[in-house]
Design a protein around this ligand. Structure first.
Ligand code: NAD
Length: 252
């Protein structure tokens, strides 16, 4: 049996699928991941550009990288993999997307319950007085200052994204853990499963004995636990799985 059919067979009787996504799902939307060749880390050392204490020391470096990433995010469109997850939700099969991404593409594709483990670039906060800003306001401030400062107290403004050495928001992490424990199928898409603590979350499926599908361009540390592993581009693989699902007229 081909892998697409095997994946479709696992999906067809499920009603509480949880997807766990990483940067790889958005690569075909034009946003590079961090580790692959051509990825952002080839040009921006994460210890200087994306680590919390480095942000406090050299905020200008962070904003240089963030401006580049934001430009890509703003021009990106959801690709067939994001859309397929929204389709599975509309079919009554998928309930939750847990993502490490900050690009908002799942929401734009139509997924309604998206747990953002690494926060979002859509909002920002003052690190001193905690005033909240939306992205557009921060962009306005940045028209005259590369490093934006709080309009109330002159503190540093930081997008509400989780940098290295920061912890993911505890409430979101806990909600994600509970969703994974209750899932009747987990699908991991486009994650190297190497950024902790987020990468540790899907391991709950191994002791809960939950069926697992992995779609990624390269092998991952959880491939041994998966019922189906499909290596390749998520945006090409997912439509084939949805086709295989639709070919089976009795997919409920
Ligand atoms: P990662 O960069 O560590 O791994 C991405 C994985 O996706 C790799 O294993 C790669 O082989 C695979 N991949 C690449 N293109 C693919 C494709 N077309 N289809 C399927 N798989 C593909 O990413 P990660 O595990 O998500 O962790 C990196 C961190 O970087 C995350 O914490 C995330 O917050 C952040 N990040 C986010 C974005 C975004 O929001 N789009 C982009 C870059 C990095």
């Amino acid at each position: 049996m081909n892998l697409y059919k095997q994946a479709a067979d696992l999906i067809k009787k499920k009603s509480n699928i949880v997807a766990f996504t990483g940067a790889g799902i958005s690569v075909e939307s034009g946003i590079p991941d961090f580790r692959s060749s051509g990825g952002l880390w080839e040009r921006f050392d994460p210890n200087e550009y994306a680590e919390y204490s480095a942000f406090l020391k050299w905020p200008e470096k962070f904003w240089t990288m963030h401006s580049e990433l934001s430009e890509m995010v703003l021009t990106a469109e959801p690709n067939p993999a994001h859309l397929a997850l929204a389709t599975l939700e509309s079919m009554g099969k998928l309930t939750t997307v847990i993502t490490q991404n900050i690009d908002f593409l799942h929401q734009r594709a139509g997924s309604s319950r998206v747990l953002e483990l690494h926060g979002t670039g859509e909002t920002a906060s003052c690190l001193s007085c905690e005033k909240q800003y939306d992205r557009v306001t921060v962009e306005k401030i940045r028209e005259t200052a590369h490093v934006p400062r709080c309009t109330v107290c002159d503190g540093l403004i930081k997008p509400n994204v989780v940098l290295f050495s920061e912890l993911p928001p505890v409430d979101v992490f806990e909600e994600a853990r509970r969703a994974l424990l209750k899932a009747d199928l987990v699908i991991i898409i486009g994650s190297s499963l190497s950024v902790y603590p987020a990468a540790a979350l899907p391991s709950v499926v191994s002791f809960a004995n939950t069926p697992l599908i992995i779609i990624n361009e390269e092998p991952t540390s959880m491939d041994n636990y998966a019922n189906v592993v499909i290596q390749g581009k998520a945006g090409e693989i997912f439509p084939r799985i949805i086709n295989a699902l639709n070919e089976n007229s009795n997919f409920n």
